[in-house]
Design a protein around this ligand. Structure first.
Ligand code: LCS
Length: 396
């Protein structure tokens, strides 16, 4: 391996959410909140970024950009930016999109906050499937719209969509938008082309626009293939695709995501109202990621696959009643531990207090997630092992 994923990186003094932001984010508390563990004694398996170094090719591109010694107002003008993104989607997903349809955003979540406003009228409703990344709900709440949820069907940790229920819900004329996660956080499902077709048809036949959040699409197990939802429906302009190098290359702090809006009306609203400057370092980093990140990603995926196998074996021998399947995508393990903690509502607090592990409990995922914990496995194996050991010891 050219890259060292076993290296333990010191994140102190970097203003990292992971190290410094957990009291506020997980526990909605001030920094005065105390635990039986010191901050630096925690094993951190919560926020979805990685404990690995960002690829050196990306770091170098930022340094090269700094060497130009000017950091004035910046915006993507160079067509190379689009070319680097579309080359990536072409090579990895056999899917491309028009240059005119691409806009950028400081993140996919900030884009959701805006897009909901541009797409929905004030009395309309937005559908999501649950469990869900909570910011889908927050974005709907922020726009004072009604959230409609459809529970995924869970068979021994394998999740599928309930098409009858989705159809019933989108038949409500007030439902005008679905925010869809492809692949899915937190369950890790990579929706198949058949599943995407069925889901997409139901929405489109009922005149529901879809925002397909594909932020996790590069982070698949090695035997899996991602299909962009928009690839299945090349003739509609009702699917907005969101992609980013942020999760893939551990550069969420660069705050630059790609939003592909084929709908002229929505894009015109975006262009009129979005504050569209970009960070020069982020532009350089994004281009470098898509142009030079392939080999790093290949090795990362292999390391993650091994972390998942390690986790599966560890849980099977130490927590045999836990329900866990290796997810098809993401670096997030979604584990049903209800057999061990049937009545615990605040799993995050339980594990922070009793095990010294920071993780996200089911209650953080909107609905349909009781009894679950989500573990971030994008960390060196030594950290993973210690985290699993602590989790298993308090449950045994
Ligand atoms: N969409 C999904 C499905 C995500 O999982 C995340 C991050 C984002 C969007 C954030 O996108 P951004 O605004 O940074 O472009 N997920 C996280 C999670 O599950 N825990 O911490 C972050």
């Amino acid at each position: 391996m050219k890259y060292d994923f076993d290296e333990i990186i010191d994140r102190k003094n970097t203003n990292a959410m992971s190290t410094d932001g957990f009291k506020e984010y997980i526990f909605k508390a001030s920094n005065d909140m105390t635990f039986p563990f010191k901050d630096d004694e925690f094993i951190r398996m919560w926020v979805a970024d990685m404990e690995f170094a960002t690829p050196p090719e990306i770091i170098q591109s930022v340094k090269d950009r700094l060497d130009k010694r000017t950091l004035g107002y910046t915006k993507v003008f160079d067509p190379d930016y689009y070319l680097s993104v579309v080359q990536w989607t072409q090579d990895h997903y056999d899917w491309s999109f028009q240059k005119e349809h691409l806009v950028t955003s400081p993140g996919i979540i900030p884009a959701l906050y805006e897009l909901i406003e541009y797409i929905c009228k004030p009395d309309e409703k937005v559908l999501i499937v649950t469990p869900s990344y909570a910011y889908f709900k927050h974005a709907v709440d922020f726009n004072h719209l009604e959230l409609v949820t459809s529970d995924l069907v869970n068979q021994q940790g394998y999740y599928t969509m309930d098409y009858d229920d989705i159809e019933l819900k989108v038949r409500d004329e007030k439902v005008s938008l679905c925010i869809f996660c492809n692949p899915h956080n937190p369950t890790g499902r990579v929706w198949t082309p058949e599943e995407l077709s069925k889901f997409g048809e139901i929405c489109l036949e009922n005149d529901v626009m879809i925002i397909s959040d594909e932020i996790h699409c590069d982070l698949l197990r090695n035997d899996m293939v991602h299909t962009p939802l928009a690839k299945i429906f090349p003739n509609t302009n009702k699917i907005i695709s969101c992609m980013a190098p942020s999760k893939t290359f551990n550069m969420a702090g660069m705050m630059l995501s790609n939003i592909i809006i084929p709908n002229d009306e929505v894009r015109a609203l975006w262009k009129a109202r979005h504050y569209s400057m970009e960070n020069p370092l982020s532009i350089a980093a994004t281009q470098a990621a898509y142009q030079h990140g392939d080999e790093w990603l290949r090795q990362l995926k292999t390391y993650l696959d091994e972390n998942f196998i390690f986790t599966q074996q560890y849980l099977a021998s130490h927590l045999p009643q836990a329900v866990f399947r290796i997810p098809e995508a993401t670096y997030l393990a979604w584990v049903d531990i209800s057999a061990y903690l049937p009545d615990e509502e605040n799993m995050s607090l339980y594990f922070a207090n009793n095990a010294g592990v920071l993780l996200e409990g089911g209650s953080m995922f909107v609905a349909n997630a009781d009894g679950y914990i989500r573990l971030n496995l994008a960390c060196p194996r030594a950290i993973l092992e210690e985290g699993l050991k602590r989790i298993c010891e308090v449950l045994q």
